[in-house]
Write a protein that binds this ligand. Structure first.
Ligand code: S6P
Ligand code: ZN
Length: 184
């Protein structure tokens, strides 16, 4: 039997970096074209979030794990958020463990059901099979969470890139508010 060696990763909470680095993916506003309602008058091309993937084989049995860091801020009235995705293997679940900041986890099924959970330090959120998921930083510091999901889950961005999600999280009177997406 060819065993993989066990290993540690370390997330540096001061620098908000994973060590060793693994695969670092940064998404700027230009990587999310059409996903925000009012992206036209934004100066520059702000970094919205980045995530660090520990490199593992994409096969059943393994547990992928990664750390996402969403910077605080808004594009128009909408808070910084991830693109959001279904898992390619739709019957795979995921756990998010929030380690810093606060936000919302917006989920949706292909049948059109929506659910929104709060994310705050210490919260462990369960994303059951079949639910697409997007995270939103509604706070004033980075929102940092660890995601753990099956090795073969994969990512399917197509549906959300084309249609968006049913629910948006916007700031109203200084508070986060979940509203219906007028363009959905
Ligand atoms: C992977 C997991 C997260 C996201 C990350 C970025 O299944 O849900 O690690 O990949 O939060 O979001 P997105 O929607 O750009 O992949
Ligand atoms: Zn996922």
């Amino acid at each position: 039997m060819n065993y993989m060696d066990p290993f540690n990763s370390f997330f540096n909470m001061k620098e908000l970096e994973l060590e060793p680095e693994g695969d670092l993916i940064a998404r700027r506003l230009s990587d999310m074209q059409g996903m925000y309602q009012q992206e036209d008058n934004v100066a520059g091309n702000p970094k919205i979030y980045e995530y660090y993937n520990v490199r593992l084989p994409e096969i059943p049995g393994h547990l992928q794990h990664c750390v996402t860091v969403i910077s605080p801020g808004k594009i128009g009235k909408e808070y910084h958020m991830t693109k959001g995705h279904y898992h390619e293997v739709e019957e795979t679940a995921e756990i998010y463990f929030t380690i810093q900041g606060r936000g919302k986890l917006v989920m949706q099924t292909k049948e059109g059901d929506s659910k929104v959970l709060d994310m705050e330090e210490g919260m462990i959120s369960y994303i059951p099979p079949y639910w697409s998921h997007r995270t939103i930083n509604t706070g004033e510091e980075p929102l940092v969470f660890v995601g753990v999901y099956p090795g073969n889950a994969g990512h399917d961005y197509g549906d959300i890139e084309e249609r968006g999600m049913k629910k948006l999280v916007v700031e109203e009177d200084g508070q986060p508010k979940v509203i219906d997406n007028p363009d959905y």
